[in-house]
Design a binder for this molecule. Structure first.
Ligand SMILES: O=C(O)CCC(=O)C(=O)O
Ligand SMILES: [Fe+2]
Length: 255
C-alpha cells in the first residue's frame, strides 16, 4: 500500500511495505526505482496517544509510543539549540509546527545472498527537520563525507553501531530553514549476506500545511534566499513521488 499525502484525511496511521529486488528490474520496466530496497518496514504516524494505541500493531505499539514521546522532548531541545545557534529564537508554537508530523518506522533488512546487486536503502537525505535513529549492532549505515567531492571521488563513512547511542540526522527541512547553513546528511544502507539488520528511525517533520523556507530572521540580515518558500505537504509529495537519488529532493525548493 503506497502512502498518500494529498489530503489530511488520507494520511495513514500505519503502512506495511516489503520489496526485495535487484537493479535489473529497472531495465525490464517493472519499476521506476533504480533498485527495490532490500527491506521490510512498518511505518507508524503519530497523531495522538489514543490513535496510536488503537491503530498501531499490538506487537510494538507501546514501546514505539514511549520511544516517540521521549525522543520528542530531546528533538525539541536539539532544534532549539541548532536554530538558536543561528541567532534565532523560536517560540513553542513555531517549534511545534516544525516537528508536528512524526513517524516511527521499524526497518528489517534480511541478509541477502548477493548484496552487491542491491541496497538496503539507496542514497538519500531525510526530508524533515531531524531524524532520530536507533540501529542494532550489525552496521551498514553510511554517510557521505562531503557534498563537494566529485562523483568519482566520493567518500562514505560508516556510522558504527554504539550500544545505547542514537544517530541524529539533519534533514532537508533544517537545511532549507537555515538557508543552507546546516546541511542535510546524505546516507545509505548496504545489505550484507551474513546477518539481518534492524533499525528504528523517528522522522520529525513540519505539519503538512506549514510553509517552509529560509527563516525570515536570517533573510532580514540581507542574506540571499537559497530556497523558496514551499508548503511542506508539496515538498513531501515530491519527495515520495521520486525514488531516492542523493540530495536531488532539495531541488524542489531551490531558487
Ligand atoms: O536503517 C538505517 O540505518 C537508516 C534508514 C534510513 O535512512 C531511512 O529509513 O530513511
Ligand atoms: Fe534516511
Amino acid at each position: 500500500m503506497a502512502p498518500s499525502f494529498n489530503d489530511e484525511s488520507s494520511l495513514f496511521n500505519f503502512v506495511v511495505k516489503d520489496g526485495y529486488g535487484v537493479k535489473g528490474l529497472v531495465d525490464s520496466g517493472l519499476t521506476e526505482e533504480k533498485a527495490l530496497e532490500w527491506k521490510d518496514y512498518v511505518s507508524m504516524r503519530y497523531t495522538n496517544d489514543a490513535d496510536a494505541l488503537e491503530f498501531w500493531p499490538n506487537e510494538c505499539k507501546e514501546v514505539a509510543l514511549e520511544y516517540i514521546k521521549t525522543s520528542t522532548k530531546m528533538v525539541k531541545k536539539l532544534l532549539q539549540a541548532l536554530i538558536g545557534n543561528l541567532g534565532v529564537i523560536l517560540d513553542d508554537s513555531r517549534l511545534d509546527a516544525l516537528m508536528g508530523f512524526r513517524m516511527v518506522n521499524m526497518n528489517f533488512y534480511p541478509a541477502c545472498l548477493n548484496p552487491e546487486l542491491t541496497v538496503g536503502v539507496g542514497r538519500h537525505s531525510d526530508m524533515g527537520t531531524l531524524t532520530v535513529l536507533l540501529q542494532d549492532g550489525i552496521g551498514g549505515l553510511y554517510v557521505k563525507k562531503s557534498e563537494n567531492t566529485s562523483l568519482g571521488n566520493e567518500e562514505w563513512i560508516e556510522i558504527p553501531p554504539v550500544h545505547g547511542a542514537l544517530v541524529i540526522n539533519i534533514g532537508d527541512t533544517l537545511q532549507i530553514l537555515s538557508n543552507g547553513r546546516y546541511k542535510s546528511a546524505e546516507h545509505r544502507v548496504l545489505t550484507t549476506s551474513v546477518e539481518s539488520r534492524v533499525s528504528v528511525p523517528i522522522f520529525n517533520s513540519p505539519l503538512p500545511r506549514v510553509n517552509i523556507g529560509p527563516l525570515p530572521e536570517l533573510l532580514a540580515r540581507d542574506e540571499v534566499a537559497r530556497y523558496r518558500e514551499v508548503v511542506f505537504e508539496e515538498y513531501m509529495n515530491n519527495f515520495f513521488s521520486n525514488s531516492h537519488d542523493g540530495k536531488k529532493s532539495l531541488d524542489f525548493a531551490s531558487t
